[in-house]
Each structure stands twice: as C-alpha cells, then as structure tokens.
Design a protein around this ligand. Structure first.
Ligand SMILES: C[S@@+](CC[C@H](N)C(=O)[O-])C[C@H]1O[C@@H](n2cnc3c(N)ncnc32)[C@H](O)[C@@H]1O
Length: 366
C-alpha cells in the first residue's frame, strides 16, 4: 500500500529519476508553511508599523530626507542597533526603501504614513483593529458570543480617535463619489448623515452643493468631532447637529434628498442594519437617494479577505457586528422598497451602495 512519506519539498529521490519513473520529484508535495508563518508574522508586522509611527519614523524621514541609520537614530534619540532592526522590519513590510545604509520614504509611506500625506492613515493604524486586548481573548469571545470589552461599553473612547483617523480617507471617498452620484447636480439638497463620525460625507456633499443643508447625527460623546470638522470646513452654518442613537433618533419622514449610512451597518447585526435601511427609506423624499458605505463580502465570504477580516474584527470587539455580502444588502435594500440599486467604488477598497426611493410607491406601481 502506498504510504506518503512526510518529505520536505522539493525532494529528489535517487531511485525516482526520469529514467526510472519518468519524472524526478516525489509524488507527494507537502503544502508550504507560508500561510502559517504569514499569520504568525501578522502580529509582528502590525507592531513594527505601530512602533515606527509612535517613534515618528515616517515624519522624521520626511523632515531629514534619505538618511543613514546613525542619522535616524540620532533624530529619534534611540540606540543605533535597535533603530536599524526596526527600520529593516519596516523595509521588509515594503513601507520604506533602503539602499545599503540609507533609508528613505517610498511612495506608499509618502502617501499613507506621514502625518500630512495626501491620503494619510497615520492616526488610523493604532485604532483600526479595535481594542487590542480583544484580539488576545478572541477564542473566549467566540465561545461566549460576546467580546471581553465591547466598544459599546464606552463608545466615545473608541470612536473619537477612530473617526479622527478615518476622516481623510472617507472625505476623499465622499468627494470622489460625486463623479458617480452627481450629488452636486441637486440644487439645494437636504442631507441626513447618520452615525456621521467627523461627517466626511455631509461635508463633501455640502462642499459640492453651496445651497445644501445637512442634519448630522452621532452619539453625544462623539458628535463633538463633527462639530469641529464642520467648523474647520466652513459649513457649520448649514448644519444641524442632532445627537442621539440612530435607531431611536427623531427623523422627519419624507424630508431628505440624500441619506448617508456611512460605515455604520456592520456594528449593528442583520436586524440592526435592516432597521437603519428602513429608517433611511422613511426619511427620504420620493426620488431621494441612500448612500450606504461599508465593507461587503462576496457571496462565498472568501474572495475579499479585507471585508472578511473586517467582519472578524467586528466580531472581536462589538456586541452584534459582522460584515455581510453584497447579495444580503441588495436584498435588504429591495425589501425596504429601494430601486435603482447600484454599487460604486469611488476610491480603492471603499464601496457604497446607492439606491433610490421610487417616486411612485410600490403599492401603486404595476
Ligand atoms: C465607523 S464610524 C463611521 C463614521 C462616518 N459615517 C464615516 O463613514 O466615516 C461609525 C460611527 O457611528 C457612530 N455610532 C455608533 N453607534 C451609534 C448609535 N447607536 N447612534 C449614533 N451613532 C452611532 C459612532 O460614534 C461612529 O462615529
């Protein structure tokens, strides 16, 4: 009986040559351990990047230009050998360039990692995975069906830094979404932004619509971020801040041209997401449009690892959070009464459903 040996790969067997068997390699090809190492290294990769940010490596290299490790260690006031080890780690992540003894910013670092980069994610990196302690207790969370420290226990502590960190990306996304949605073609839209964070969607839309007005909602401890951002962008005079829980907040029916649900459905579970979609439908005028931004998984939940792992991240740190498939959201939107449902991707990895509340109610349509 054939019993596969646990052979290293590739292994040339002396008796197993082209002359003897027609091909030189063992039949049994063990799978590589690379995915296991990738998982192990994932932790190190994340903390290498985090340490580099905490030590201001990227901003320092932007300020002093291409530099030797001695120059960087002097600027960081840290020992040379430790700085070299960290910088080499960052090079291994493809987030810095290195030539011999000289390190410099690469294009990725210039765009995403320096604090004033055009698409900076520098403030997002520490907070994006959720409270780190929850990852160390993931098995317990899966068993209990509840995280050790759900972010809902102290939402402001988690969301204030998060929405500061995501603002640049979401604002770029919302601004570019105009190319697909043409919100700027609406003369004086009334906008409702639920769970607005720093209100990147409302601000981008108000920038595009000089006569537009917006109602901006978030939790009482978080809405201060929106308050500051609308002020910085010079649109506060056209905004009403409406703090409260988006599930119970008072919302005028049939009053809005655009309702934004920006990255709020994935913490709410299926029922919560459907409730928010229903609330958006109710709030829109006939002909008004919903913009629902989130991370969506494919129908088999495996071809878009970014959205899949975002779902696990939600499970790790929220009471009800999971990501859902495009198909589930499409169905929920249709069930709520929306038509003209489409998916846009204004910038890479940032998708939104856009859907219209029909001018003629479903009961009257043929
Ligand atoms: C991931 S952030 C999204 C922020 C913004 N909409 C965007 O697209 O960038 C989720 C926001 O929802 C807010 N939020 C969470 N639960 C809420 C609730 N029950 N009522 C109102 N806002 C809530 C959080 O405070 C946070 O600002």
């Amino acid at each position: 009986m054939f019993e596969p040996r646990d052979a290293p790969y590739p292994e040339l067997k002396k008796t197993h040559t082209m002359a003897h068997k027609g091909r030189p390699w063992t039949d049994y090809k063990p799978p590589p351990a690379a995915p296991v190492w990738a998982a192990i290294e994932g932790l190190g990769r994340y903390y290498i990047l985090l340490a580099a940010l905490e030590l201001d490596v990227f901003d320092t290299l932007q300020r002093i230009g291409p530099s030797t490790v001695e120059e960087v260690s002097e600027a960081l006031e840290a020992p040379v050998d430790h700085v070299r080890s960290l910088l080499d780690g960052v090079v291994a992540l493809d987030l810095l360039d290195q030539y011999r003894d000289v390190y410099e910013l690469n294009d990725t670092a210039k765009r995403y990692l320096v604090s004033d980069g055009p698409a900076t994610m520098a403030d997002l990196i520490a907070v994006a995975p959720g409270p780190h302690v929850n990852w160390t207790r993931l098995a317990e969370t899966v068993k209990n069906g509840r995280p050790a420290e759900p972010i809902e226990d102290d939402p402001a502590a988690f969301y204030v830094p998060l929405v500061e960190g995501t603002f640049t990306t979401m604002f770029r996304c919302a601004t570019r979404a105009d190319l697909k949605i043409r919100y700027s073609a609406i003369r004086a839209p009334r906008i409702l932004d639920l769970g607005a964070g720093g209100a990147p969607w409302a601000i981008a839309m108000l920038n595009g619509c000089p006569d537009g007005t917006a109602v901006i909602n978030d939790l009482p401890g978080v809405i201060t971020v929106a308050e500051r951002k609308i002020d910085e962008h010079g649109v506060s005079g056209r905004c009403e801040l409406r703090p409260g829980d988006f599930h119970t907040l008072e919302i005028e029916p049939s009053a809005y041209d655009i309702v934004v649900l920006g990255h709020i459905c994935r913490t709410e579970g299926a029922d919560g997401a459907r409730h928010l979609i229903a609330r958006a439908f109710e709030a829109l005028r006939p002909g008004g449009r919903l913009v629902l931004a989130d991370y969506f998984t494919d129908i088999e939940r495996k071809f878009n690892p970014h959205a899949v792992i975002m779902g696990t991240t939600m499970m790790a740190s929220t009471q009800k959070g999971f990501t859902f498939t495009h198909a589930q959201f499409s169905e929920w939107l249709r069930d709520a009464g929306f038509t003209a449902i489409r998916l846009i991707e204004p910038i890479g990895f940032q998708q939104s459903f856009v859907a219209t509340k029909p001018a003629v109610p479903r009961s009257v349509r043929l």
